[in-house]
Design a protein around this ligand. Structure first.
Ligand code: TYD
Length: 216
């Protein structure tokens, strides 16, 4: 567990990307250390190439385990090339999605087994875990309705096209993870107005990062 390694998780339509865009400048203004925002799948050149492969809507023939292995491969490269060096340099690393995404989407969503996916990812990450995970929770119907409402402005990727049942399995897995690891995973109600979601995230981060926090 690394104290300055923070991840954001959530089902599709939780608003993670918008929340992070609003949150990061506010977080940076409070911290005495640099903040490094990165994302999965991707975050490094090789990892971005793997991302294109995984999310390409044309790759309908991709086997579920192939997909899980590609996410893990992308994650390892990102970890070695970007996350670990940034942590070693004393930065606070905020990563949009990490191992929990694979456990929820591949393990539960694609039904290849949460434990198997977790173990494969432990190999890929040398067991490196975030100190804090903010889980933005939203019921599947609301998440999918948000995506549908933004359909014209947001490209639909292969995973967004999955059925409601898939998204419900993903959310159920996240809720199980949050229950199993209450110390690490903090659940934020992402059905609230965006400003409130951002404020809740910031309050949780302040509590966790007290040693690097300065009041303004
Ligand atoms: P992205 O466009 O980054 O969406 P979001 O803003 O919701 O994070 O696409 C990421 C998609 O990849 C998303 O549907 C979740 C999925 N995903 C997995 O299935 N497994 C994983 O391990 C990761 C990191 C992402």
């Amino acid at each position: 567990m690394v104290d300055t390694f923070i991840t954001f998780e959530g089902p599709d339509g939780a608003g993670k990307t918008s929340v992070l865009t609003a949150l990061i400048p506010q977080l940076a203004a409070h911290l005495t250390r640099p903040v490094h925002l990165t994302r999965e799948p991707g975050g490094a050149q090789i990892s971005e190439k793997i991302r294109e492969l995984i999310l390409d809507p044309e790759n309908t023939a991709m086997d579920a385990r192939t997909e899980a292995l590609l996410y893990a491969a992308s994650r390892r490269q990102h970890l070695r090339e970007v996350i670990v060096p940034a942590l070693d340099a004393g930065e606070v690393v905020v990563c949009d999605r990490f191992v929990d995404s694979s456990v929820a989407y591949q393990g539960a969503g694609r039904q290849i087994g949460e434990q198997a996916v977790l173990e494969m990812n432990q190999f890929a990450t040398d067991g490196i875990q975030p100190g804090l995970t903010l889980y933005l929770d939203v019921p599947s119907e609301i998440g999918l309705a948000r995506i549908a409402a933004h359909r014209t402005s947001r490209q639909f990727d292969r995973l967004d096209q999955e059925s409601l049942a898939f998204h419900q399995r993903v959310r159920a897995a996240y809720l199980r993870l949050a229950q199993q690891e209450p110390e690490r995973i903090h659940t934020i109600d992402a059905t609230q107005p965006m400003a409130q979601v951002v404020a809740d995230c910031l309050a949780t981060l302040q509590h966790f990062l007290t040693d690097s926090w300065q009041s303004r």
